[in-house]
Write a protein that binds this ligand. Structure first.
Ligand code: GLY
Length: 357
């Protein structure tokens, strides 16, 4: 087992990364606490039992709540269900919320913790590759509003994150590919050597090779940890983590959140952001080919045949930024491992970049 330290202005905390690490030993600081465990309904039975037994054994008071993870359920209604339970059972400010699940459960449990009694502690046990390398690190917590994803939220860092690759065993291949999109993103914005390693090992990673996945997760969290430790509330460098996301969010809306998963949309968005990087920052042809080759390898042929009306995608991008009171920024690459934040990009350049070749 390895430990990565996240040191933000508001809190320092460890991310434990390993296989078979959900033992009492790694949870002993939560003994004699009031615990609420929020469980993703898709969690495999044996993992669920293990966590349930450990937490109920060590706690002073224990309750649990199972939630079906969907964007629709990442709502104020579900948030109220969590808060109602805490209030009905007289949980105090000293309680700890645990999330056992994917990104939706991690984000929502974090926001419930941020808002209950003006903020209580929480611990994340992310269960998907995507949540292990992304949602569980960084302290952005949120629920959706009918007008947009993650519109209601807070920065609230967890007390601890336990990233156990044993939980990945039950994932489908498509979920592994989704997580790989964010892993590739981390390499592209900050670490050329890691990008090379990914090129060499991508087939094993897609196949779910335990040892290689563990290494990729560790390296990826290390990169995200370094970025969020420098810029907890996204005033500058943390924006780099949005590489591929300006296009990606618009792609998700374009497909009504059904046609493309988050990871797929980010992967497609990274191809477009790479095209824009060529136009704006003269990213070299050789590097572009390598980036696209790696991204193509995690996408299905069907996805790569997706077509977009460029004007519609640009409209969706602008609408999303307007709703959030942001300007339209793009994270672009000057080379592999070197990112920059750019604004004031001409619409014609954005439109030209909207292609998957
Ligand atoms: N919770 C995800 C992040 O902070 O980026």
């Amino acid at each position: 087992m390895k430990e990565i330290k996240i040191n933000t202005d508001s809190r320092n905390y460890p991310v434990l990364v390993g296989t078979n690490i959900l033992s009492e030993n790694n949870l002993k600081e939560f003994s004699n606490k009031e615990i609420l465990l929020v469980i993703d309904s898709k969690i495999e039975e044996s993992v669920k039992k293990e966590v349930q037994i450990t937490l109920s054994n060590i706690s002073l008071k224990y309750s649990e709540l199972t939630i079906e993870a969907s964007e629709e359920n990442k709502s104020s209604k579900t948030l109220s269900i969590i808060h109602d339970l805490l209030i009905e059972k007289s949980y105090s400010r000293d309680c700890i919320l645990f999330a056992l699940g994917g990104g939706i459960i991690c984000d929502m449990t974090g926001f419930a913790a941020a808002t209950f009694l003006r903020g209580v502690d929480f611990v994340l046990i992310p269960s998907t590759l995507l949540s292990q390398v992304d949602a569980s690190v960084g302290g952005k917590t949120a629920i959706n509003h009918p007008k947009g994803k993650n519109m209601i939220g807070a920065f609230h860092q967890p007390s601890k994150v336990i990233t156990d690759t044993k939980l990945l065993k039950s994932l489908e291949k498509v979920q592994i590919r989704e997580g790989l999109a964010e892993i590739i993103k981390h390499a592209l914005i900050k670490d050329e050597a890691f990008f090379k390693w990914l090129e060499e090992n991508i087939e094993d990673l897609i196949e779910g090779n335990d040892v290689k996945l563990l290494e990729a997760i560790y390296k990826s969290i290390e990169i995200k940890a370094e970025v969020v430790s420098q810029d907890e509330t996204e005033q500058g460098i943390r924006k780099w983590l949005n590489f591929g996301h300006t296009f990606g969010h618009a792609i998700e809306v374009y497909g009504n959140y059904k046609r493309f998963s988050h990871g797929e949309a980010v992967a497609l968005g990274m191809i477009m952001a790479t095209n824009l990087s060529q136009k704006i920052l003269n990213l070299g042809k050789k590097e572009i080919d390598k980036i696209k080759q790696l991204i193509y390898s995690i996408l299905s042929e069907e996805l790569l045949k997706s077509e977009f009306q460029p004007n519609d995608l640009v409209r969706l991008m602008s609408a999303d930024k307007k709703k959030k009171g942001d300007s339209l920024n793009f994270i672009l690459l000057s080379s592999i491992g070197e990112a920059q934040i750019l604004s004031d990009i001409q619409e014609s350049d954005i439109i030209e970049s909207i292609k998957l070749t």
